[in-house]
Design a protein around this ligand. Structure first.
Ligand code: 13P
Length: 287
């Protein structure tokens, strides 16, 4: 069931759990995540970065694939198809392609420009009944060539953007995309608490979910995080399982070269990773 993320965010915030956003790259990724969500009766958000959208030949292809797969697999749990770190133009493309949710990442603009563009896009999303995520304070690390320094968001700026009526707000609290460096100081709960204090009942989004220790995830949820994004960890799980299959020479045995066999260990590894995260985030049985 393709839906906006509005209701799942409200329920997650009230129930003190978080809904996972898992980024998709292809058919196997999408199928693994949808099947796991259904098995665990968990709401789920499928994230699509602009780069992944381009890789899959465009947002229209992605939306058509997700809608058809959702129907043919008989998925009944709420699924949001969400643009991840969208540009202004990308948001319009996804709206047109039939996404149910968008993220506008204007965090690299001067604040006034971020505010102006976010205001316009919140209005567009509202009119179409879509959910919208906006960002204040860039997330560290690299994603699709965009490098953020991981600055902590300004709580007053968070309030200004939250007051526009965004569905959920991504605010930098020292989180980084990709693997965390050994000297990473951890999430800034002081910043998270200060933001929460200003924005009240606004679902907060924790990007860079890969590699954040479980206790920090739980504390972040207790402080108002209702959506957690995970991408790299699924990629690493897929890579590890695929490497093992080939290193064990299984692709050379019988029909082991068949792509359906070759990609299966990676597919199962994504399922296991998504299950582990849904259990940690507390979204199991919340569909
Ligand atoms: P990771 O790749 O670090 O899990 O981050 C994912 C993310 O935040 C997508 O927006």
């Amino acid at each position: 069931m393709l839906v906006s993320a509005k209701e799942m965010m409200t329920k997650a915030l009230a129930g003190k759990y978080a809904v996972g956003q898992f980024n998709i790259n292809n058919l196997e990724w999408t199928k693994a995540i949808l099947l796991t969500a259904q098995e665990l009766q968990s709401p789920v958000i499928l994230g699509v970065s602009e780069g992944a959208g381009k890789y899959m030949t465009g947002f229209k292809t992605v939306a058509a694939m997700v809608k058809a797969m959702d129907e043919e697999l008989g998925i009944t749990v709420p699924v949001a198809l969400h643009l991840d770190h969208g540009t202004y133009e990308g948001c319009y493309k996804c709206v047109k392609a039939g996404f149910s949710s968008i993220m506008f990442d204007g965090s690299h603009y001067p604040f006034e420009e971020n505010l102006a563009k976010s205001t316009e896009l919140v209005h567009v999303a509202d009119q179409l009944g879509l959910s919208i995520e906006c960002e204040v304070g860039s997330i560290g690390g690299e994603e699709d060539g965009v490098v953020g320094m991981g600055e902590c968001a300004d709580p007053d700026e968070c309030k200004t953007i939250a007051d526009l009526g965004v569905t959920m707000l991504a605010a930098g609290i020292g989180n980084i995309h990709g693997k965390y460096p050994a000297n990473w100081p951890g999430l800034s709960f002081e910043t998270l608490a200060a933001i929460k204090e200003k924005v009240g009942d606004m679902p907060l989004v924790l990007h860079g979910g890969t590699g954040i220790p479980d206790d920090m995830i739980k504390k972040a949820i207790s402080l108002g995080v209702a959506k957690i994004n995970v991408n790299t960890e699924c990629q690493l799980s897929f890579q590890e399982a695929t490497r093992k299959y080939i290193e064990e020479g299984k692709d050379l045995q019988g029909k082991g070269f068949d792509p359906r066999k070759l990609l299966n260990p990676g597919f199962e590894a994504i399922k296991a990773k998504v299950k582990e995260k849904m259990e940690l985030f507390g979204s199991v049985g919340k569909a």
